[in-house]
Design a protein around this ligand. Structure first.
Ligand code: ZN
Length: 199
């Protein structure tokens, strides 16, 4: 880092903390910003801080929003009888990219993983059960990743949801075992959704 003036080195250090950004990419981005106008740099800095200040979880589904409800929960065109349970917002976005699901979502905030000390209590399970009890839901689709943790979480939730009289299904077909929804292509996710099975 001796080759860089301190402010440049500091920016590169911050950029390198980001996912997918190694030393080379950090240098490229930093040099790009160095040559960009001060206005453009200020706009970027403002956008980052404004995002931090304004984005929070949707009060209903825990998707990101700058309002009380996220655009999906607030959309009257969405099917209020189907709920898709996902681990995190990245998976929700992957589902939306793939299209095909017209219901609403519930973001758990992780998957049950005893090895990592994540039990049901640390996830938004209570909120999910509350939604199923009070809502007009007919079907809950468990769209957790096809991994050990994703399967364990889906089985656990199915055990709690089925006694509530709701149809519980699990996406499966087409997704590679051990895979990650966020990395699956749209067609695979769409097929997994249409081929979901009863739990
Ligand atoms: Zn929402």
């Amino acid at each position: 880092m001796r080759a860089y003036p301190t402010p440049l080195a500091r920016l590169m250090e911050e950029l390198e903390k980001m996912p997918g950004v190694g030393p080379k990419s950090a240098q490229r981005l930093a040099l790009y910003l160095l040559e960009a106008s001060r206005d453009d740099c200020q706009a970027l800095a403002n956008a980052i801080v404004e995002m931090k200040d304004r984005i929070h979880p949707c009060t209903l589904c825990f998707n990101f929003t700058d309002d009380e409800l996220c655009p999906i929960c607030a959309d009257p065109q969405r099917d209020g009888s189907a709920l898709c349970v996902v681990s995190d917002v990245r998976d929700l976005l992957a589902m939306e990219r793939a299209g095909g699901f017209r219901g609403r979502y519930h973001v758990l905030g992780g998957l049950i993983s005893p090895m990592d000390g994540v039990g049901p209590d640390t996830l938004r399970v209570r909120e999910l059960l509350e939604r199923v009890r009070t809502g007009a839901l007919k079907e809950v689709v468990l769209a957790t990743n096809p991994t050990v943790e994703g399967d364990a979480t889906a089985l656990y939730l199915a055990g709690l949801l089925k006694p509530l009289g709701v149809r519980v299904t699990r996406i499966a077909l087409g997704l590679p075992v051990g895979g990650d929804l966020d990395y699956a292509d749209d067609v695979t996710i769409a097929r997994a959704m249409s081929g979901r099975t009863e739990l």
